[in-house]
Each structure stands twice: as C-alpha cells, then as structure tokens.
Design a protein around this ligand. Sequence first.
Ligand code: NAD
Ligand code: UDP
Length: 319
Amino acid sequence: MRVLITGAAGFLGSHLCETLVQKGHHVIGLDNFITGSIDNLSHVAGREDFTFIRHDVANFIFVPGPIDYVLHFASPASPNPNSPYGYPNLPIQTMKAGALGTHNTLGVARAYNAKFLLASTSEIYGDPMEHPQKETYWGHCDPIGPRSVYDEAKRFAEALTMAYHRFHGLDTRIVRIFNTYGPRMRLDDGRAVPNFIQQALRSEELTIYGDGQQSRSFCYVDDLIDGIYRLMMSDEHNPVNIGNPSELTVLELAQKVNEIVGNSTPIKLQAASRLGDDPQRRRPDITRAMGILGWEPKISLEEGLKNTIPFFKTKLGLS
Ligand code: NAD
Ligand code: UDP
C-alpha cells in the first residue's frame, strides 16, 4: 500500500512510519515540525519506500497518488502549559490540526478512495464519570476549559470522520489512544513520563502536579503501534480504545521511575501547579480491542520504562 501519515515527525507518527515500511508499505510522511523533529525520521530517511512532505495539514493537501491509506496523527498532544510545545500554548494550531486538518486529510482519502484512520484520544472522555472508560461512554468535557482546544477538536474530528463514513461511504477507523510513552517523545514536551525520567536522570526532585493521586494507565509504544496496525487491517468503523489497562497514580509512576533510575531525591508535590481540567482517573476498557482485534498489551510498565530510559540518557548526553 501507499500510505500517507500526517504527524510523521512526531513520537507516534515516526514509530508508525518505521513499522509500515518494515511491513513492506510505501510511506509518505507529512509534518510541519510544530512539535515534531526531523531526528525522529532518521530511521526511515533515505529509503526508497519513504517520502517526506513538509506541510501544515490545516492547508489544502496535495499528494501525488495513488494513496491507499491515510493516517491522520498531526496534532500537538501535550496538555502541559509549562512547555512551549504544550497545546495550551498552541491553542489555535491545535484546533486547526484537529478540525481543518481532519477535513483536509479526509478529503485526500476521498479523492483517492483510500481508507482513513483518525488518531483520537482518551481525552474525548474528559474528566470521566465512568470508570474504566468504554467506547460507549459519551464523556464529561468542559467545552471552554483549559483542555477544550484539544478535546473539542478531537471530538469534532471523530464526528467529521463518522460523517464521511456515513454520508460518503468512506472506509474509516477511529483509534482512541490512551497515555502512551516510549523513545522519541520530546524531552521538553511536558508530559509526565519524559518529565519524570529526565528529572530522575539528573537526580532532581520529581515534580508532581496536585496531590499525585490522579491516575493514568500507561501503554508502551510498541504495544500501541501493534494495536493500531491491527485496527488498520480490520473492518471496524466504530471507535476502539487502545491503551494499557494497568492503572496507577501519578505518585506511583514517579516512585517507579525513581526506583528504576536509582534517584533518591525526594518527590515534590506541587499542589499549586495542578493543571486545569486534569482528569482524576483514566483507564481504558479494552474489551472491544481484545474481541475485534485479538489485541492486548504485552509490555509491563517496568519493561517499557527500561526500554525508554536509554533514549533520554542519550538525549541528555549522559551515555
Ligand atoms: P507529537 O507532538 O510527538 O507528534 C505530533 C506531530 O504532529 C508532530 O510531529 C507535529 O509537528 C505534527 N503536527 C502538529 N500539527 C501539525 C500540522 N498542522 N501540520 C502538520 N503536522 C503537524 O505527539 P504524539 O504523542 O506523537 O501524538 C500523535 C497523535 O496521537 C496526536 O494526534 C495525538 O492527539 C494522538 N494521541 C497521542 C497520545 C499519546 O499518549 N502519545 C494519546 C492520545 C492521542
Ligand atoms: N504530571 C505531573 N508532573 C509532570 C507532568 C505531568 O504530575 O511533570 C501529571 C499531570 O498533571 C497528569 C499526569 O501527570 O495528571 C499525566 O500527564 P501527561 O501530561 O503525561 O498526560 P495527560 O494524561 O494529562 O494527557
């Protein structure tokens, strides 16, 4: 297949590019580098089966055909206002990537009669009143809150994807991705795993926003990419959660990182830094993914962190 991947220079997009070329597909990566990096594409750069286009998905997209599959991953993804790469500091770009970018990429898919997969998110469930979150849950979101630029853009993107499916008969998929981590995350994107790993590697205090009792469920990138590939190849049009259901508090995550890295500096709770709209609990119900895709995660948090830490060590010049 000839596959267009937007957000190709980002964390997840770059892993997808690598996996798809390894599986024998021709990949056209597209990105404007707003939060991504060319370094993430060094594994595929120069290959005959990989082409790159520098472009903003908010503008009309022209890609020479044929195109068999479009995967729309372009969007800032970190909620941290302390990072210049967090979507609170890129609010209009985030809304445009989710709204106009989804419209333009659906347009490419329609023009070439290609299949389409949208990278959606557990954020569409907001601060959930149902736990764990099933795909049938409609969510609990503030349409004008600090996270709204991301949540509402993704909710719009899901609605538009289903409209193209129902009205135009486009062959679409929607993956709702839960917190995922691994090599090639930006050092400074402000998400919990890169922040904690680099603080631990520098023997610093790990900074926990709030009381650390908020929970998340972290999935290692290889498991996620496997789930996405299975969804691509399936006939499922309804949203599918992909994530690791093993839930822990943010404080437990910080303790785990310190233990693996060997950092004995005490953890610092930063009540005043609590992020607005920070969901209190998050865990995917993956019954649908297990039943339809035969997928479940295989890599434990400990193993995933041990695979990830060397990447950050190299980035920090510590190895
Ligand atoms: P990332 O920031 O590493 O990657 C996003 C990529 O999209 C970057 O390379 C960025 O430059 C590019 N991009 C952003 N706006 C663009 C635009 N207008 N035009 C072209 N390129 C643009 O983030 P990520 O973690 O790899 O996330 C990728 C996708 O997965 C996003 O859509 C995100 O919402 C979704 N997602 C990720 C997670 C996660 O835990 N990593 C969870 C849920 C959803
Ligand atoms: N968090 C934290 N310290 C940090 C970064 C994040 O305590 O340095 C918390 C954040 O408030 C949230 C959780 O860790 O409760 C996960 O944050 P992340 O940015 O990774 O993703 P989210 O799940 O909020 O989108």
